[in-house]
Write a protein that binds this ligand. Structure first.
Ligand code: SF4
Length: 64
């Protein structure tokens, strides 16, 4: 599974960074970016699902 953030939709709430800090970080403008290539290991799957569910802009998507 991979995760990605649509930069045109992200508004920088950083909820995703709080919920899954191994996968998301904030850039210099405060918007979320995926760390590395976005690959999600099983340890972080639930956290990523939480991040997707808690993104108010629907900016995060998962690719199986
Ligand atoms: S929660 Fe959504 S809108 Fe907020 S920083 Fe993360 S991806 Fe961007």
């Amino acid at each position: 599974m991979k995760v990605k953030v649509d930069p045109t939709m992200c508004m920088g709430h950083a909820r995703c960074v709080s919920l899954a800090p191994a996968l998301f970080e904030s850039d210099e403008l405060g918007n979320a970016v995926v760390i590395g290539d976005g690959s999600v290991n099983s340890k972080w799957e639930e956290a990523v699902k939480l991040a997707v569910a808690n993104c108010p802009e629907y900016a995060i998507s998962m690719i199986e």
